[in-house]
Design a protein around this ligand. Structure first.
Ligand code: WTA
Length: 632
């Protein structure tokens, strides 16, 4: 592929060109793919509306690029290597030819079940190859997939299905994760009670557990695909047709369905995958994320497959059957590029070094990280213990909204600095803004991170709510995309992401909206009001501290805590459970009635020396009470 940097000079040259002649730069990359009709214009954009279109008028199908295009040159190469949860079970090796055939066969199944271009299909599955097959089969026929992470509760699933009026859901009887079995179909059944738009539910048999079957609605995967041919003409899509919806937490309770489109997303994910990781023919690449998150969409499925890579999918967890599961898998499959999250690194770093040393990690060449800022200690451990000082750390900063990497080193080429995402990818024009909305010019500055120019894989809207898309990302700093993150640009122009500056907390790499958790806790009959804030946590990066004000003093605080945890688990999902719950008799409020989260955040952080001026509060006395209270 063109514009792949092979030296730091190359990178600087590409970067300069991508800024000075963005259309020529992206046109060259677009031309590497298979289009049914070439675009009329490379880019139309207006950040005030906002409206962004790439490869305008171009026609394509992304699966033709991820599958058909490779059949001649690499039909027998593995597209997917699947490592099951249980090391005793056999891995699956799926070549490009086999994947193509499975995707076509399932695409024909979807069609037979009444799915057409533009229909929304929800996918709620464990990390099995059929998840990738489902995603690509939707894309093959122009259906819009909405993958919901299989750790979400039935309520969260129901809200996401209804927000997009999905017509079908694809799931499994159950899923394995470590020594646990999740009853996925039971959760789906509970959600579907309130999902009038769902007509069909396809169920993959994974665990073989007992499940309910609803006549006329549910059908088994194996029976549904039986007799379907494995040739399916791809639906011809406009470059700007919707490819998928993926929900991310926002600062109000309602999750945002980020919409990604076909053409630009394909070009950008494939290019950044090849460039940042310096993927070479024959490499085995392993991203440990779940396909339920954007990392899995862009860098397990679309980017690597569009680039013709071998991408590994892992069903399990890093801690089972032992804390060396990752290293065992790296050794077993001779993984060359390994991409994971700081929360996993921090958990593994605490273990006995013998767990690492007993495995041969010499195949590793590049190590990646994503999801939250990586602290220096974890960076060094990853670099020294796992990479043996030989493997560059690619700290990729990006978001569900951005579709692909924004700021990241190019492996082995960009000189790295611990805890820095380093420099922008070609085509990305960051701006650091101060609180007055002015851009900080030059280096050695700190502020809020915005992007000034469109890039091909950016989200185009929030499904069904373009106004919210505008208000959330394009209103704070006019004519710029606001990321919601703070950052520092050091003396050398390197970026260090300092974390969210809005009401999103990143816990173990998962974005959680404080409002979403507060709403869940407030549903308890004895809870009057709740404020949720994040505080630093050794392994999870951040953890949730909930300040809960009850109508009546709880009879037994531990019982109420347990009830609240169950409630959050049921409504949002187990990942959102607060680490600490503190009962209070009121929350600090401004005179206009707003909760002063700034103060609560400091208290939760244990940073109580400097609470700022509390005298203007409506109820300053409450601060002392909270300081004297305890959180368990
Ligand atoms: C954070 C994940 C620091 C950031 C791809 C962003 C990071 C949010 C990094 C998006 C990184 C992601 N360094 N912070 N390398 N990568 N973040 O939508 O706060 O799940 O806004 O996308 O994660 O999370 P999301």
């Amino acid at each position: 592929m063109k514009n792949i940097s092979r030296s730091f000079e190359d990178y600087l040259k590409s970067y300069r060109r991508s800024i000075e002649q963005p259309e020529a730069f992206w046109e060259e990359l677009g031309a590497e793919f298979r289009w049914r009709k070439k675009w009329d214009r490379v880019l139309d954009w207006d950040f005030m509306k906002p409206e962004v279109k790439w490869f305008v008028g171009g026609k394509l199908n992304i699966t033709e690029n991820c599958l058909d295009r490779h059949l001649e040159t690499r039909g027998d190469q593995n597209a997917i290597i699947w490592e099951p949860n249980d090391p005793g079970e056999e891995p699956a090796y799926i070549t490009y030819r086999e994947l193509h055939s499975k995707v076509c066969q399932f695409a024909n199944t979807l069609k037979e079940q009444g799915i057409k271009k533009g229909d929304r299909v929800c996918i709620y599955m464990p990390m099995v190859p059929e998840l990738t097959v489902s995603v690509l089969a939707c894309a093959r026929i122009g259906a819009i997939h909405s993958v919901v992470f299989a750790g979400f509760s039935s309520r969260s699933l129901m809200e996401r299905i209804n927000d997009a009026s999905c017509k079908m859901i694809i799931t499994a009887d159950g899923g394995y994760r470590g020594d646990k079995i999740t009853g996925l179909k039971d959760i789906v059944d509970e959600a579907l009670v309130d999902c009038p738009s769902i007509e069909k539910c396809i169920v993959l048999k994974r665990t073989g557990q007992q499940i309910e079957f609803v006549e006329g609605r549910d059908l088994w995967w194996d029976e549904a695909i039986e007799g379907k041919i494995d040739i399916c003409e791809p639906e011809i899509m406009d470059s700007e047709d919707m490819l998928f919806i993926l929900y991310t937490s926002g600062s109000t309770g309602k999750p945002k369905g980020m919409v990604h489109t076909c053409g630009g997303y394909m070009v950008y994910t494939a290019y950044t995958f090849l460039n940042a990781f310096q993927y070479k023919e024959g490499d085995i690449y392993w991203c440990t994320a779940d396909v339920g998150w954007i990392t899995g969409h862009s860098y397990i499925i679309y980017g690597p497959l569009a680039a013709g890579a071998t991408s590994m999918m892992f069903e399990g967890v890093p801690s089972w059957p032992g804390m060396d599961r990752f290293w065992e898998v790296v050794d077993k499959h001779r993984v060359n590029i390994f991409y994971t999250a700081p929360t996993a690194i921090r958990a593994l770093e605490k273990c006995d070094p013998a767990l690492v040393e007993r495995h041969d990690l010499s195949s590793l060449r590049v190590l990646g990280t994503v999801g939250e800022p990586i602290n220096e200690e974890a960076w060094h451990w990853y670099h020294d213990m796992i990479g043996k000082g030989r493997c560059p750390i690619v700290d990729t900063y990006w978001q569900t909204e951005t579709g692909g990497f924004m700021i990241s080193p190019i492996a082995g080429i960009t000189p790295t600095k611990p805890a820095f995402a380093t420099l922008p990818m070609p085509g990305i024009v960051p701006a650091v803004m101060n609180e007055d909305g002015k851009e900080e010019i030059g280096n050695g500055v700190e502020g809020r991170l915005c992007i000034k120019f469109p890039w091909p894989s950016m989200a185009r809207t929030i499904y069904g709510d373009h106004q919210r898309f505008h208000d959330t990302y394009f209103s704070g700093f006019p004519n710029k995309y606001f990321t919601g993150d703070g950052c520092r640009r050091d003396e050398e122009g390197y970026y260090r992401i300092t974390g969210r500056v809005d009401d999103v907390i990143i816990v173990a790499g998962h974005n959680l909206g404080t409002a979403e958790i507060e709403n869940a806790i407030d549903e308890h009959e004895n809870v009057c009001e709740t404020a949720v804030v994040g505080y630093p946590h050794d392994i999870k990066g951040n953890a949730v501290h909930a300040f809960v004000n009850c109508f009546h003093p709880p009879k037994d605080e531990d019982d109420l805590r347990q009830e609240i945890l169950t409630l959050v688990s049921r409504i949002v999902g187990p990942i959102a459970k607060p680490e600490r719950i503190q009962f209070v008799s009121g929350l600090p409020k401004t005179r206009s009635g707003k909760i002063m989260r700034r103060i609560l955040r400091k208290i939760a952080e244990g940073n109580t020396g400097d609470l700022g001026d509390t005298s203007t509060l409506l109820n300053p006395e409450i601060v002392d009470e909270i300081l004297g209270g305890n959180a368990l």
